[in-house]
Design a binder for this molecule. Structure first.
Ligand code: SF4
Length: 279
């Protein structure tokens, strides 16, 4: 879905803001979509690499069906390349797994007290077709759908998916474009557009993972909190603690940083939570 032919077996993928131009036989940046003979194929359809029955607070969602359990699934690969990726072992997984049908996922999602399905762990945008099909089937069975995303998706596919979603957690990884470009391999504006678009029609909570000295400029942070509050001052914000992971060896975020951030955010937003830390 969401691609077009450029002729001579070249393809433009229009699923995410990278808008990859893909030659025959080559992969897109996400490594999850391939051009075979001028047709774009998804490689991750049904490839469930990780699953668990998680507390919904772990997504994190703090203001949506509290104390409930949700069946959570993810595949491998991603359309961003964050040097601090906290799930890199999953994202880089290259092994073979069997294809799990949407029907099997829905059956599993009705067990163990689960209220629905969370598309999470890696970036669910890159298995868009599978997520959309599973969302639709889950709805017919009375289940809820939650997308945990980096928000790096174009508005047309997001608009098609939105009616099937009940809640989202969207990462806002940094407050300035250069952070996205230098550290995440993307750009800021599309993520802000996703937050703005989705918060108008479904329950959205936002997560900001703070890394001392990298994305803790308090002027930028405060401007971003004000922007979120202008969208909806009830929008829950999760300020999350970074721990060294993947390529980034900067020490874990100081607890003091998180409390300063919370004080600033609470000037604008009514629901501010600190995550990954016991304070
Ligand atoms: S979804 Fe993958 S192939 Fe498509 S534009 Fe994004 S990174 Fe490129």
């Amino acid at each position: 879905m969401y691609w077009k032919s450029l002729g001579h077996m070249r393809i433009k993928c229009e699923l995410c803001p990278h808008l990859c131009i893909i030659e025959n036989g080559k992969l897109g940046k996400c490594q999850a979509r391939v051009n075979h003979g001028g047709i774009l194929y998804t490689l991750s359809y049904g490839k469930v690499v990780s699953y668990a029955y998680d507390p919904i607070e772990k997504k994190p969602l703090a203001h949506f069906h509290p104390d409930s359990t949700i069946f959570s699934i993810g595949t491998s690969k991603c359309n961003l390349t964050c040097s601090f990726c906290q799930n890199h072992s999953l994202v880089s997984f290259d092994g073979n797994v069997r294809t799990t049908s949407p029907k099997e996922i829905v059956t599993l999602a009705k067990q163990n007290g689960s209220i629905g399905i969370a598309y999470t762990y890696n970036e669910p945008t890159i298995w868009y077709e599978y997520m959309l099909e599973t969302c639709k089937l889950a709805k017919t069975e009375g289940l809820i759908n939650v997308m945990v995303t980096n928000g790096y998706i174009n508005s047309a596919p997001m608009i098609e998916l939105l009616p099937w979603l009940d809640a989202m957690n969207i990462d806002l990884k940094g407050t300035i474009n250069s952070f996205y470009q230098d550290i995440c391999g993307g750009t800021l504006q599309p993520v802000k557009e996703t937050i703005s678009l989705c918060s108008k029609s479904t329950h959205v909570e936002v997560t900001m993972l703070l890394i001392d000295s990298l994305n803790t400029n308090w002027t930028d942070f405060e401007r971003t909190c004000k922007w979120l509050a202008d969208l909806n001052s009830n929008l829950p914000l999760h300020i999350s603690r970074y721990f060294p992971a993947h390529q980034l060896t900067i020490p874990k975020t100081r607890l003091e940083t998180l409390t300063i951030a919370r004080e600033i955010a609470q000037k604008y937003l009514k629901n501010v939570h600190i995550g990954n830390a016991f304070i």
